[in-house]
Design a binder for this molecule. Structure first.
Ligand code: DOR
Ligand code: ZN
Length: 447
């Protein structure tokens, strides 16, 4: 029997309401027991000393672009899951904007096979809403459900046709799947390059207005209520969207939502100035869809995350190559490499008093699991908790350790981050997947 004892950490397991010093004992890949001094009971165990550290269920990301198949120059399942492990993640949901797009059983099965072969952690595939993500014809939801997808999404693009979106929600319900929509009206954003606001004006770049997101959030909520389907709103970025989601939830609509670490912490000013207000720049590493917004949006998003109007933090990890970013702003690919900086960025909210640590951990563990109903799906028992019998997936964290973001040191192939060189307070010290260490910083002592 392979036994791992994580000793004497502050165990935060929001699903069980647990927050206190305890040992976590993992036997043969599953949690065996959690409690004070439980580790002392096991003799033949590998031990990790977590004294002074926080021990939580491994993080779960509802929104990861792993890029394989088709864009292996940007990322592979191997490098993406390594980056995830470094970020404290033990489960990632893989977005289907690959080549080929994930709109058939063979495509999904190929990702599952490759994840089994080369993945460091659990990969749950997401299928397309429409064939080849073209927005004209529905993908075969039943076939995709049978192949094991956990949601449907055309992320990167919104399903613009409201009738198609209505039917997507109706069909997905039959298979118990959420429809995860990238809410931005393509007619309103057109060739917009960044948030429509004063920075865009100053830089002479065409804007993507907040209303491009909000009109689609409103429309899709109405369609969810009409169809009875489960609408999941990807990467919410505006205060207006937050208000719409809060109202929909209050009415009992089946709507869930996620927010990214960057939309919680960075504004559109990153694009024009980065770290340096004395010079104007066009920082393509801060180009992302939906775009980075304004302080008032950040404030609303932080409150929404604290109060549960937003269910989950999701990274939208979107690795791109140098050639995709070191070009004219209009031509640069949108997206940020995020898995390895997600926890450190989100800890800003804790250090600035916007959310407490257990609530943040909830939104990164059981929050996403419940949002997508994975807790009631066969095969995912115990995901997002450290209950006895749950998968032995653990993040070991130092909430107060400072570290400097160095993209060159990322496991991800993507180096496209606007926060290179910045100091983050909050470090993932080690990650355990199925009872095995998949990431460690040398800060934990194994005995
Ligand atoms: O900025 C983005 N990049 N937003 C998306 O929705 C897609 C993503 C990507 O795939 O690069
Ligand atoms: Zn998206």
């Amino acid at each position: 029997m392979a036994t791992l004892a994580i000793h004497n950490g502050r165990v935060i397991d929001p699903a069980l309401g647990r927050d206190g010093i305890a040992d976590v004992v993992i036997v043969d890949g599953r949690v065996s027991r959690v409690g004070p001094n439980e580790g002392d009971m096991v003799v033949e165990a590998e031990r990790i000393d977590a004294t002074g550290l926080v021990v939580t269920p491994g993080f779960i990301d509802l929104h990861t672009h792993l890029r394989e198949p088709g864009f292996e120059g940007k990322e592979t399942i191997r490098t993406g899951t390594m980056a995830a492990a470094r970020g404290g993640y033990t489960t990632v949901c893989a977005m289907p904007n690959t080549r080929p797009a994930m709109d058939s059983r063979p495509a999904i099965e190929s990702v599952l096979r490759e994840a089994e072969r080369s993945g460091l952690i659990r990969v749950l595939p997401i299928g397309c809403i429409t064939r080849n993500r073209e927005g004209t014809e529905l993908a075969p939801a039943g076939e995709l459900a049978g192949a094991g997808v956990v949601a449907l999404s055309d992320d990167g693009d919104a399903v613009a046709d409201p009738s198609l979106m209505r039917h997507a929600l109706e069909y997905a319900t039959r298979w118990g799947l959420p429809v995860a929509q990238h809410c931005e009206d393509p007619h309103l954003v057109r060739d917009g390059q960044m948030h429509e606001g004063w920075v865009a004006t100053r830089l002479g770049l065409r804007g993507r207005p907040a209303s491009a997101e909000e009109t689609f959030v409103a429309r899709d909520i109405a369609l969810a209520e009409l169809s009875g389907g489960h609408l999941h709103i990807c990467h919410v970025s505006t205060a207006g969207s937050v208000a719409l989601i809060a109202a929909a939830k209050a009415r009992g609509a089946h709507v869930t939502a996620e927010v990214t670490p960057h939309h919680l912490t960075l504004t559109h000013e990153e694009v024009g100035f980065g770290n340096d207000y004395r010079s104007i720049r066009y920082l393509t590493n801060a180009k992302v869809n939906p775009p980075l917004r304004e302080e008032a949006d950040l404030a609303a998003l932080r409150i929404a995350l604290r109060t549960g109007v937003i269910d989950a933090v999701a990274t939208d990890h979107a690795p791109h190559g140098q050639g995709d970013k070191e070009i004219e702003f209009d031509l640069a690919a949108p997206g940020l490499t995020m898995l390895e900086t997600a926890f450190g960025l989100c800890m800003k909210l804790v250090h600035e008093g916007d959310i407490d640590l257990p609530t943040l951990i909830e939104r990164m563990t059981i929050g996403p699991v419940r949002a997508w109903g994975l807790d009631i799906r066969a095969g995912f028992d115990g995901l997002g908790t450290l209950a006895p019998g749950a998968p032995g997936d653990v993040a070991i964290l130092d909430p107060n350790a400072d570290w400097v973001v160095d993209p060159a040191a990322f496991a991800s192939k993507g180096k496209n981050t606007p926060i290179a060189g910045r100091t983050l307070r909050g470090l993932v010290v080690a990650t355990v997947f199925a009872g095995r260490l998949v990431h460690e910083t040398g800060r934990v002592v194994t005995l």
